[in-house]
Design a protein around this ligand. Structure first.
Ligand code: PTJ
Length: 254
């Protein structure tokens, strides 16, 4: 008998949780990454465990922004490597974005395990482990400050999925455009990124791949317009209102 029956009302969420646990057992995920997942699950529950209309708008803007970039980089941490390595590699190939492993809880073995899974998933090059090309980003005190000279350091657009709060502001101050996936619309990262996709990365990533393929046929000015028309503050408010709506509905049933 499977541990998680398909008929379970929250089977999808429980299967995502299993990916994280397996990722932890395989040395990809930090212990703290399991806690981060729990935090995300709580917000996902409040959002109705679906991709909202507002999230779809953010995904489209993110796709346009990555396609407009000259030097896009996707920053990889333990959670994202465990949740959707194949999809991340697909996105990087489609948008010509580089992949760079950048960990908050720095650990050499975990970094190597993450690089291995990305390569197994089809990545040719993964930055983040070469000491001779590493440098430091200013205004970050955590291990995340160590970046590759050919990657995040010179990137114009950085995708930071599931991020703790200390880096986005520093990346913005360094003149970079930041895109994040974060189920918590109130988090510091969500509030300070240029584009916040308030959705579970496991749902949103396929839509981002789809939109970046579709939008790759558009010209520069159409892509620019999509980005310019996007208002992150407004989008975050819409997501908070969505949570309120779900809570109000729940309060009426109770
Ligand atoms: O692998 P490392 O060492 O780089 O560490 C990675 C973690 C995620 C442990 C580290 O960055 C961390 O501690 O993050 P936080 O501060 O817990 O923030 C993670 C954010 O991601 C929270 O706001 C969560 O709500 C959100 N989140 C968690 N799971 C998901 C998510 N957002 C989208 N999709 C998810 N599946």
């Amino acid at each position: 008998m499977p541990l998680i029956p398909k008929s379970h009302p929250r089977a999808k969420s429980l299967l995502i949780r299993e990916k994280l646990v397996k990722g932890f057992d395989n040395g990809l995920v930090a212990k703290e990454g399991l806690l981060a997942q729990g935090r995300g699950e709580a917000f996902d529950y409040l959002l109705g465990e679906k991709t909202t209309k507002s999230a779809k708008k953010a995904i489209r803007a993110a796709a346009a922004q990555i396609l407009l970039a000259e030097r896009p980089v996707i920053s990889i941490n333990g959670n994202i490597a465990a949740l959707c390595p194949k999809e991340i590699v697909k996105l990087s190939k489609q948008t010509k974005a580089k992949l760079e492993v950048n960990l908050f809880y720095a650990n050499k073995n975990r970094k190597q395990a993450i690089i291995k899974i990305l390569k197994k998933s089809g990545a040719k090059v993964v930055l983040g482990s070469n000491i001779s090309t590493s440098t430091k980003l200013p205004r970050i005190d955590s291990a995340r400050r160590v970046v590759d000279k050919n990657g995040i350091f010179v990137a114009d657009v950085v995708v930071v999925p599931l991020e703790d709060g200390d880096r986005t502001i520093a990346l913005r101050k360094a003149g970079k455009t930041v895109i994040t996936f974060d189920l918590n619309p109130l988090s510091r990262t969500s509030q300070t990124a240029n584009i916040t996709i308030v959705d579970n990365v496991t749902r949103a990533i396929d839509l981002l791949i789809y939109d970046s393929k579709k939008l790759s046929k558009k010209n520069h000015s159409s892509l620019r317009k999509i980005v310019d028309d996007f208002d992150n503050k407004k989008n975050l408010s819409e997501n908070i209102l969505e949570i309120r709506k779900n809570l109000t509905r729940g309060a009426k049933i109770a």
